[in-house]
Design a binder for this molecule. Structure first.
Ligand code: SF4
Ligand code: SF4
Length: 365
């Protein structure tokens, strides 16, 4: 059952074959809609938690919140599928900082922006829950746009809409001016970074124990550069979802893609379902990276890389010798690559830079 909610206009950049050919990677799409495809029936979920409503709402301690997240096996919604309980356990400070990450990295994702525009009261509730249980000295919500004044009682900061701002360590550096040392975690420094949608999932976990089984994803039509923020059920067949969103249209293999984002997705496999790491589903065609085009050595890929990979050197190696002698690329530090795709996004020659770095790193591509 489709349930449309009030939408809003969000500008979003997409790749398209045509744009790649024109060396222009941006298309503005201004259509915003939200559709609840499947909201799970919460009465089926109450057995997953032994905590009573009273226990949860009246005296929500750190231990009870962890217990609740553990009992639901609640996973983070940022795409890496970590267990929320483990992240909460790792945060041991008394007066630290909660940094709510509403800054999606991938240029194809729009659901975080839709959520802070349309469900800010719930974000506020989530911040209250975490604040009450973990006692932060400061709570900060980072978004790509300013939040209307008075709508969020904690701090809010607008971050430049640029790759790869949403990555945890990069966000910490941008917002707090602090660097997470190699081998350390943000929680070791008294900083808990929570994805915006994970915060909303915690609210649902506290309110009705329903969060473990649904998530918001972006569903994009690459042909028209329109995108939808859609709440879906984990385990749901992606083709079924596509049929519900694009009612009258029929899609065949090769026309549907799924993954973590526009820069990190694959052709839909048979019977593929929504998992913890699915954040993006698209129809149409994905970028046709130019293998023939020569790298013009502009160096933008290296400049865009916040992870410190010597991207241009790797590209030059592959351009000169082909994908042989991976070992020779190791001094350019491909192992530091976090797969954000900023290099590919910035490449004026339309090359699959991220893919080439992935090869140097040893990925099977
Ligand atoms: S090399 Fe890796 S980390 Fe650096 S910009 Fe490209 S994908 Fe991101
Ligand atoms: S951004 Fe593209 S063209 Fe520029 S140096 Fe990197 S690979 Fe070459």
């Amino acid at each position: 059952m489709l349930k449309k909610q009030p939408g809003s206009i969000i500008r979003i950049k997409y790749f398209s074959k045509e744009n790649i050919a024109k060396k222009n990677h941006e298309t503005k799409a201004v259509i915003r809609k939200a559709i609840d495809i499947h909201l799970i029936n919460s009465k089926d979920l109450t057995t997953y938690s032994n905590l009573s409503n009273e226990e949860i709402n009246q005296s929500l301690t750190r231990e009870k919140l962890i217990e609740l997240c553990e009992s639901l096996r609640l996973t983070g919604r940022s795409g890496n599928g970590f267990l929320v309980a483990d992240k909460l356990k790792a945060y041991k400070s008394q007066k630290g900082i909660l940094l709510i990450n509403g800054v999606e990295c991938d240029p194809g994702l729009i659901h975080d922006a839709w959520l802070y525009r349309n469900q800010l009261a719930k974000v506020q509730q989530g911040a209250d829950i975490l604040q009450k249980a973990l006692g932060f000295e400061k709570v900060i919500l980072a978004t790509k746009e300013p939040i209307r004044e008075g709508k969020f009682k904690y701090s809010q900061i607008k971050i430049r809409d640029q790759f790869p701002m949403g990555y945890e360590n990069y966000l910490i550096k941008t917002v707090l001016g602090r660097k997470v040392p190699q081998g350390k975690r943000a929680t070791d420094m008294g900083i808990l970074v929570m994805n915006l949608q994970t915060v909303l999932a915690i609210v649902e976990a506290v309110n009705n124990r329903a969060s473990a089984y649904t998530k918001w994803i972006t569903i994009a039509d690459m042909r028209s550069a329109k995108a939808y923020a859609v709440k879906v059920e984990l385990g749901k067949d992606i083709m079924e979802i596509i049929k519900q969103v694009f009612r009258t249209q029929v899609f065949s293999k090769g026309e549907v893609f799924a993954g973590e984002g526009a820069l990190n997705c694959h052709e839909l496999e048979k019977d593929e379902v929504i998992t913890d790491t699915t954040s993006f589903v698209a129809i149409g065609s994905m970028p046709n990276y130019s293998k023939a085009k020569k790298c013009v050595k502009c160096g933008k890929c290296s400049r865009k890389c916040s992870a410190g990979v010597e991207v241009l050197n790797i590209i030059q190696h592959v351009q000169k010798y082909g994908k042989v002698n991976r070992q020779a690329c190791q001094s350019y530090h491909p192992e530091k690559c976090i797969g954000c795709g900023a290099c590919t996004y910035g490449c004026g020659a339309g090359k699959d830079v991220r893919g080439i770095v992935g090869w140097a790193k040893g990925e099977n591509i």
